[in-house]
Design a protein around this ligand. Structure first.
Ligand code: SF4
Length: 569
């Protein structure tokens, strides 16, 4: 599990523990695309490499990429050259990277390749709750799921060894509460980087059908060895345990179970259930059968979707009864209320699933016994910052379509998605990175007369650009509005992959008519003027693009701070 020095400890976020684990595992490169809750992994790596590497070299080895697909492809290139690489992204980013990710399993991975994916159960900053364990299973590669910051560090180190041992990428699955919580982590020594030594067997790296068939057969053949590894990685607690009641925990679910363990055992008259904690996949089938052999009931506590529970129903005979997120037990008490299917788990939800009285009741009775009134805090929905350039762009778009019949306004992922709420209420759709462009094309093709797609500069470079190529190819009657705030604002002001002044030549290079490309300043005093110019384009047949320019307020603050630090240094 990687050599860990018990004496050197650092207080790290889960994401930072992953980053440090990767450094200590001897990575030669790291790539990613920012996305909550994964962003801090690469931010930490960039900061470390800028500190420790001669200026200018850091960007070559540790960098943000145009999107998650290009990041994984760069990671494959590093592995092909024999060196270790970590690639980071949020869960929905793995959809973008799915092609190289799934095909990567069929290659002869040489240098360890770890794909760290942070899931966002509860959708704190995401458009869905997808569970990355399904992707690992689909690609037939190992997956490690740390349950705390120490494991995040140690599992990351281990993931590189596993990747080189089985010659497949390894998925490291994180979740918001782990990524963004800080704890003390004992760290180990730094391993040296692998030397550059290119893969020699070319057929392992060429997915032409003749090679791909052999490589796929080889991947299937590896599954027994990978399963044997995962079996010994997952811990059974059987000694002096009640074998009639089995609990399976995974990742963070294990922590929430631990928090309630004492009360749970007390409520069961001192009988602790048999338990299997899963932190490595594929599922340890034999261990599950050992655990459940005499069980009458099995309770599953896992963060995310019911990945284990679903498989369990196919693995075990009719008996034992299984409870988790899909169903509860029939009788009263533990497992009667299944763990909620939506949203993230927490100790209180697990407590209810265990049939224990809610802690909130205990706390409020304690508070009222002490004469304390606990105030209810008002909700604080997210909003555009005061002075945000997007506010002035949305005002202009809103005015530009006033009185028009048959209007559709599609939007995208970024700070500007907040324009869907009052007082702006402009976007009608928000689906996934880049979708505003393709959806605008589709709505126009379907017969909507006045169509506006709205996308940020970074999202446009991530995946809006290909949608615009489609629109250029068919001269779609639509107007694409690119909101250029010069930064990737929503995830903490990372630099865009190319500077803003390259947007105009890029859009023109795709074939947009220079006469149909507007560049407008997103400023309050210009709202009326911008709206009038935009309206002309919206009504004029064919494709037009309007770039609204003004830097993000937070970016201006960040740049001012940086230049102050630079001048004082
Ligand atoms: S961070 Fe920047 S882009 Fe995002 S809402 Fe604030 S000012 Fe606008």
């Amino acid at each position: 599990m990687g050599n860990v020095n018990k004496t050197e400890k650092q207080a790290l976020l889960g994401d930072e523990a992953v980053a440090l684990g990767a450094i200590h595992a001897g990575i030669s490169a790291a790539y990613g695309y920012p996305g909550t809750p994964s962003t801090e992994i690469l931010e930490f790596l960039i900061a470390e490499y800028e500190k420790n590497t001669a200026k200018g070299r850091a960007g070559r080895r540790v960098s943000w990429c145009a999107n998650e697909k290009t990041a994984v492809e760069a990671g494959l290139g590093v592995s092909f050259a024999g060196r270790r690489c970590i690639v980071t992204m949020k869960h929905v980013g793995l959809n973008v990277a799915a092609d190289p990710f799934v095909n990567g399993a069929l290659l002869g991975i040489k240098g360890g390749l770890v794909i760290a994916v942070a899931d966002d159960p509860g959708m704190h900053s995401s458009q869905n709750e997808q569970d990355s364990r399904f992707y690992a299973s689909f690609a037939m590669i190992p997956c490690l799921e740390p349950g705390n910051q120490q494991e995040a560090y140690a599992f990351t180190r281990e993931a590189f060894d596993i990747s080189e041992r089985f010659h497949v990428p390894v998925l490291l699955r994180l979740a918001t509460r782990l990524s963004h919580a800080r704890a003390e982590v004992a760290v180990g020594d730094k391993r040296a980087q692998n030397p550059v030594s290119k893969a020699e067997n070319k057929s392992e790296w060429m997915l032409l059908p003749a090679h791909a068939r052999k490589n796929y057969a080889a991947l299937i053949e590896k599954q027994n060895a990978i399963s044997a590894w995962s079996a010994q990685r997952n811990t059974l607690e059987l000694e002096d345990r009640d074998m009639a009641f089995a609990v399976i925990t995974a990742g963070l679910g294990g922590n929430y179970y631990n928090e309630n363990f004492e009360d749970f055992v007390k409520a069961r008259g001192g009988k602790a259930p048999a338990r299997l904690h899963i932190s490595a996949y594929p599922l340890p089938v034999d261990r599950i059968r050992t655990l459940c052999g005499k069980a009458e009931k099995v309770l599953v506590i896992e963060e995310g979707q019911p990945f284990i529970e679903e498989r369990l129903r196919g693995l075990l005979p009719q008996k034992p009864a299984i409870a988790g997120k899909l169903a509860g037990f029939d009788n009263e008490g533990c497992g009667k209320a299944p763990a909620p299917r939506c949203g993230e788990l927490d100790p209180d939800k697990v407590r209810l699933a265990l049939g224990l009285p809610p802690r909130a009741n205990i706390l409020s009775s304690a508070a009222s016994a002490a004469g304390v009134t606990v105030p209810k805090l008002p909700g604080r929905p997210p909003q555009l910052c005061r002075g945000c350039p997007h506010a002035d762009s949305y005002e202009a778009i809103k005015k530009a379509v006033v009185g028009l019949e048959s209007v559709a306004i599609t939007s995208d992922i970024g700070c500007y998605s907040l324009g869907a709420s009052p007082p702006y209420s402009v976007p009608e759709t928000i689906v996934c990175m880049g979708a505003s462009v393709g959806m605008a094309k589709g709505a126009s093709d379907a017969g909507v007369k006045h169509v506006v797609g709205v996308i940020g500069d970074s999202t446009f470079l991530h995946s809006g650009i290909t949608g615009l190529i489609d629109a250029v190819a068919s001269n779609t009657h639509m107007t694409l509005v690119i909101l250029d705030n010069s930064i990737v604002a929503m995830t903490g002001c990372q630099e865009t992959i190319i500077p803003s002044d390259k947007l105009r030549p890029l859009v023109l290079g795709l074939g947009v008519d220079p006469d149909r490309l507007l560049e407008l300043e997103a400023k309050k005093p210009l709202v009326e003027e911008n709206a009038a110019k935009l309206r002309v384009e919206i009504e004029r047949p064919g494709l037009s693009v309007a770039i609204f320019k003004r830097p993000c307020i937070e970016a201006l603050r960040k740049w001012a701070k940086q230049s102050k630090t630079a001048s004082s240094g």
